[in-house]
Design a protein around this ligand. Structure first.
Ligand SMILES: N[C@@H](CCC(=O)N[C@@H](CS)C(=O)NCC(=O)O)C(=O)O
Length: 183
């Protein structure tokens, strides 16, 4: 069974959210990060960077939430068959983790990046309920978790982006989100 390593308030919740969405069998292994369990040799053998989330699935040890989400979607969840459609999912997962997250959560870039990044997202959600159209997929977990963490963690006024707010509400109401994303 797939083992997911993390702690309650960590990015492991994002992977958990997706595992619950697809009703995958997994074991959640809680590391005591306060006492530095993630920096001890047992865990460093899984992720030498000493960060969570990480998974062990058979022989595979994998870390970085985006890479884990894409692997899990391909193996246990739902991925389109065509490379072009897959590539669009890769794009959104990487954008969420590498551009949107740092753009908004790193204070130095927040003021400049928030309107640049949220305006086009607001336009996308004006015409469709999910990132890639009518159907929720793993890209919504990667990008949606970044968006959903904004009101939880920052005092940022999102009223200029009403469709983004509606999207955050829509994904937050999903049972798997409620079960896994700690508020
Ligand atoms: N980009 C990584 C970030 C991983 C990360 O920074 N995880 C934090 C918890 S949310 C962590 O393990 N911090 C412990 C540390 O840096 O010592 C991902 O998305 O997996």
């Amino acid at each position: 069974m797939l083992k997911l390593y993390g702690s309650a308030r960590s990015r492991a919740s994002i992977v958990r959210w997706y595992l619950e969405e697809i009703e995958a069998d997994y074991e959640f292994i809680t590391l005591d990060m306060q006492s530095g369990e993630h920096l001890k040799s047992d865990f460093l053998e899984i992720n030498p960077m000493g960060k969570v989330p990480a998974i062990v699935d058979g022989e595979l040890k994998l870390w970085e939430s985006g890479a884990i989400l894409l692997y899990v979607a391909e193996k246990y969840g739902k991925m389109p068959d065509s490379l072009e459609q897959k590539a669009e999912i890769f794009q959104w997962v990487l954008f969420g983790n590498a551009t949107l997250g740092p753009g908004i959560f790193v204070e130095a870039s927040r003021e400049k990046e928030t309107p640049r990044l949220l305006t086009p997202l607001n336009q996308i959600f004006e015409t469709q309920p999910y990132l890639m159209g009518e159907e929720f997929n793993v890209a919504d977990v990667a990008l949606g978790s970044v968006l959903a963490y904004i009101p939880m963690m920052l005092k940022l006024d999102l009223t200029s982006y009403p469709n983004v707010l509606t999207y955050i509400k829509r994904i937050s109401e999903r049972p798997a989100f409620q079960k896994t994303i700690v508020q």
